[in-house]
Design a protein around this ligand. Structure first.
Ligand SMILES: [Zn+2]
Length: 125
């Protein structure tokens, strides 16, 4: 898949402050913006990577501004956790879990958050 990873992104940094999280990945179009996590560590986390790649696919499918709008509406309607775009990304991320040991699996869970932004945070293992 065609994508870009932006380390130390100011957008992800804002999301990180809002989420009060150590590490955040957020997708804008074809770019995965990171804050508090290196490109290397992020890529190594297959479940997390698969989750964010699913959001890239959603941006591609719906169009940049349209997807932001749909995502926002969906978040306001049902919240982050039940947002259908998050549910889809979570399922994409979990496909990798069967290859992981249980300790790594527990560490790879992307925390649900309350903000209406395509941002995902993860607690430090
Ligand atoms: Zn997500």
């Amino acid at each position: 898949m065609d994508f870009k990873v932006v380390e130390r992104s100011p957008f992800a940094r804002i999301a990180r402050m809002v989420l009060k999280s150590n590490n955040v990945a957020m997708v804008l179009g074809k770019s995965i913006h990171l804050s508090g996590v290196s490109r290397e560590d992020f890529i190594k986390d297959e479940g997390w990577l698969a989750h964010e790649l699913c959001h890239i696919e959603q941006f591609r499918e719906h169009g940049f501004f349209r997807f932001l709008w749909l995502y926002l509406c969906e978040s306001m309607r049902v919240g982050y956790y039940n947002n259908k775009y998050e549910v889809e990304a979570r399922i994409a991320g979990m496909k990798h879990r069967k290859f992981q040991n249980p300790a790594k699996r527990a560490a790879a869970v992307v925390d649900p958050t309350g903000i209406p932004l395509p941002g995902d945070s993860k607690r430090k293992a």
